[in-house]
Design a protein around this ligand. Structure first.
Ligand code: KG4
Ligand code: ZN
Length: 337
């Protein structure tokens, strides 16, 4: 099944063409226009500017991806959650294409897309086979959630952040020390030369008996530390902050693994590109002797991309969960569970 994926929920306009079958989902082509250059000077995504940039790029990208390719069998489109300004551009383009070319549509939840990102295969690689039940830690600029997946396509939210997302905490604290947006990759690279025990930042909610998170207090502690210590060491600051975030993410995830005993753990979203998070979670699974296979997306597919939307769309299409173009709507608050 040839799937055209379209993603425009935040600051990446991305389209991809995937060849999906029971043997796996293989990327034929993906092309993405990042808006980082536009939002950088504001320290975060500006919705109005994001919508305009998506509108400028989407047709160009669709034209590029569909050139000299056979007709897709299905269009998989992110219809939520996300910024309404971006979602509308993707959704309206998908509706128009579906109507004109008579291609069926599937409406994909952006979080389900991230969860399926571990199943994207480059041409020369054997696809990952997820065994259920699974558990997913979704960590990005907009989300921090622990989701239990008893079987393919069924989602049960165990907990989520009560305020800022983990990626947002990276981005906002990076701003405090004048690092450009997005701050996560900058903090993780500066942290390599720092001492993670230099500053004792709090580990919010780590010892609470639930699966929720909170990162706004950590951000405030970082601000106070910065104000009280004008001569601070940036590498130590980054290493200590990163360690605090990772301790909370890994601590809560391992606790959920020990309680729910999933066969697979899927760590996904932009923050899953963080090397310390990747290493620590795998190390702790081994240390506790938990018989859970950990799956991580290829680095290229941690951030928002259209291939992950195409993979999630493939599973929906297989189950005939289509949405007629007349009924498709952007849904900025679409909760996965
Ligand atoms: O999934 P994504 O592209 O967009 C959302 O759906 O939010 O995630 C972007 C987030 C940003 O907050 C960025 O700082 C964070 O992922 N990020 C990282 C790293 N790479 C990206 N955070 C920590 N360490 C990284 N290496
Ligand atoms: Zn995302």
């Amino acid at each position: 099944m040839l799937i055209l994926g379209i993603e425009s929920s935040c600051d990446d306009t991305s389209v991809a063409l995937l060849d999906c079958s029971q043997n796996g989902c293989f990327v034929i082509k993906q092309t993405t226009a990042s808006q980082i250059g536009i939002h950088k000077k504001y320290g975060g995504v500006v919705p109005e500017l994001a919508g305009r940039a998506h509108a400028e790029k989407i047709i160009v990208l669709l034209e590029k991806i569909l050139k000299n390719q056979p007709h897709p069998d299905v269009i998989a489109i992110t219809s939520g959650p996300g910024l309404i300004t971006g979602l509308l551009v993707g959704v309206e383009s998908a509706r128009a294409l579906s109507y004109i070319k008579k291609i069926p549509l599937v409406a994909v939840n952006h979080i389900a897309g991230h969860i399926h990102s571990v199943q994207i295969s480059p041409r020369d690689q054997k696809p990952n086979k997820i065994i259920y039940p699974a558990l997913s830690l979704v960590v990005s600029g907009g989300h921090t959630e622990l989701i239990y997946i008893p079987k393919q396509g069924r989602y049960q939210k165990l907990g989520a952040t009560l305020d800022d997302a983990a990626g947002e905490c990276f981005d906002k604290t990076a701003q405090l020390i004048n690092l450009p947006y997005p701050g996560g990759p900058r903090i993780s690279s500066l942290a390599k030369n720092g001492n993670a025990r230099a500053i004792d930042f709090p580990r919010p909610m780590l010892n609470q008996d639930n699966y929720n998170f909170s990162f706004s207090g950590l951000k405030t502690s970082a601000l106070y530390y910065r104000q009280k210590n004008p001569q601070f060491n940036p590498a130590d600051f980054c290493a200590s902050l990163q360690q605090a975030i990772i301790d909370v993410l890994v601590g809560k995830t391992i606790k959920a693994v020990r309680q729910y005993r999933p066969k697979s753990l899927l760590v996904v979203g932009g923050v899953s590109a963080n090397p310390l998070l990747r290493q620590t979670i795998q190390k702790q699974l081994r240390q506790f002797n938990l018989q859970t296979n950990c799956f991580l997306p290829a680095k290229k597919y941690c951030m928002d991309n259209a291939s992950m939307i195409a993979v999630a769309g493939y599973y929906q299409a297989k189950n005939k969960r289509f949405t007629p173009w007349r009924k498709l709507k952007a849904d900025p608050g679409w909760a996965i569970a």
